[in-house]
Design a protein around this ligand. Structure first.
Ligand code: NAD
Length: 343
């Protein structure tokens, strides 16, 4: 008998969502996970291959902005908790074509919130980002984002995520919906889509290909190992106070150039592979998180040291060549769509 809770995880076929699902399945054998994912270019069922062997997970291919489809899932599954990872997540793509960012990140969040109101839930948790706070100057290491830092977005991506956060807070204030929000810094680790800095660097370095770095590489991010982030989300979603925002950070500020050099060093590749390319428009200089609220209230701290996390990540990419080669070749799309249709 399964006396646990039913948890809808949207965007669970993506980077962070898939790591979160693996953690939930391992730690809560009585809970049932419904993974709701549209399988965009960034979502890949092969990422969930291990997870799908569990009897406790059910996958539905649904666009969170498709109201009827979302309501049907809520009606059938009667979730206790909804955690929303689904998003368009790549800043560069949002600069090229913002529209889908509005549809998924804003409208999609609104649809999920309406479904939660209509069917009733115990908790709606929104996965947000430190990018909603804008950026900090490089020469003021004393400044950190707190939960009270005003929203001040730079890219269409961050503007869409901030809009979603405001909707979530409005549904708490107006309708009393039991919500929470976590805003995390840059994640790295297994299952990270190869277009992002760390996996891109690993994969290109392995092939001795040039590694593009924006501008002069000084932009600083606070890197957190994805598993640490997933543990924080789990705590906030189950024990965090309703209506509250929690910042999550890795206590690990590092410039893009330092990140790339660390990876090259680990792989025994020369720094001459680095090439500097024209900077991203509106490129944020520095993000840095003050995570003392989640520490004080829930006792969470990031556990993984950057050197260890990077080594584990590199090993994962070396051991899962097929995963990223299939993504890069585009084959996975046809293959998994067929697999899914045949079920
Ligand atoms: P990702 O791009 O790897 O995964 C996104 C997933 O959402 C994919 O599986 C995709 O298929 C799915 N998706 C996209 N549009 C959808 C739609 N309309 N309906 C249903 N599913 C849809 O992203 P990620 O890096 O895992 O990020 C997950 C969440 O965490 C996002 O909300 C992102 O804003 C947030 N976040 C990411 C980071 C980071 O460093 N990656 C940091 C802070 C916050």
């Amino acid at each position: 008998v399964n006396n646990g809770q039913t948890i809808i995880v949207t965007g669970g076929a993506g980077f962070i969502g898939s790591n979160f699902i693996n953690l939930q399945l391992a730690e809560y054998p009585n809970d049932r996970i419904i993974c709701m994912d549209k399988l965009t270019y960034a979502g890949n069922l092969s990422t969930l291959e291990e997870a799908m062997k569990s009897p406790n997970i059910h996958f539905v291919k649904v666009d969170i902005a498709d109201r009827d489809a979302v309501y049907r899932v809520f009606e059938e599954e009667k979730p206790d908790i909804v955690v929303n990872f689904a998003a368009e997540s790549h800043v560069d793509r949002s600069i090229e074509d913002p529209e889908v960012f509005l549809r998924t990140n804003v409208i999609g969040t609104g649809v999920l919130l309406d479904a939660c109101r209509k069917y009733g839930i115990r908790r709606y948790h929104q996965i947000s980002t430190d990018e909603v706070y804008g950026d900090l100057p490089l020469d003021r290491p004393d400044l950190l984002f707190t939960e009270e830092t005003p929203l001040h977005t730079s890219s269409p991506y961050s503007a869409s995520k901030a809009s979603a956060d405001l909707l979530v807070q409005a549904y708490h204030r107006t309708y009393g919906l039991p919500v929470s929000i976590s805003r995390c810094s840059n994640n790295y680790g297994p299952n990270h889509f190869p277009e992002k800095l760390i996996p891109l660097t690993i994969i290109r370095a392995l092939a001795d290909q040039p590694i593009p770095v924006y501008g002069n590489g000084v932009n600083v991010r606070d890197w957190i190992y994805v598993e640490d982030h997933c543990r924080a989300i789990d705590l906030v979603m189950r024990k965090g106070r309703k209506g509250e925002v929690y910042n999550i950070g890795g206590h690990n500020e590092c410039s893009n150039l330092e990140v790339v050099k660390t990876i090259l060093h680990e792989l025994g590749k020369p720094e001459s592979l680095i090439i500097y390319v024209e900077d991203r428009p509106g490129h944020d200089m520095r993000y840095a998180i003050n995570p003392s609220k989640i520490y004080d209230e829930l006792g969470w701290l990031p556990e993984t040291k950057f050197e260890d996390g990077i080594r584990r990540t590199i090993s994962w990419y070396l051991e899962h060549r097929k995963w990223w080669e299939d993504i890069l070749s585009g084959d996975y799309r046809n293959y998994f769509e067929q697999l899914y249709e045949s079920r």
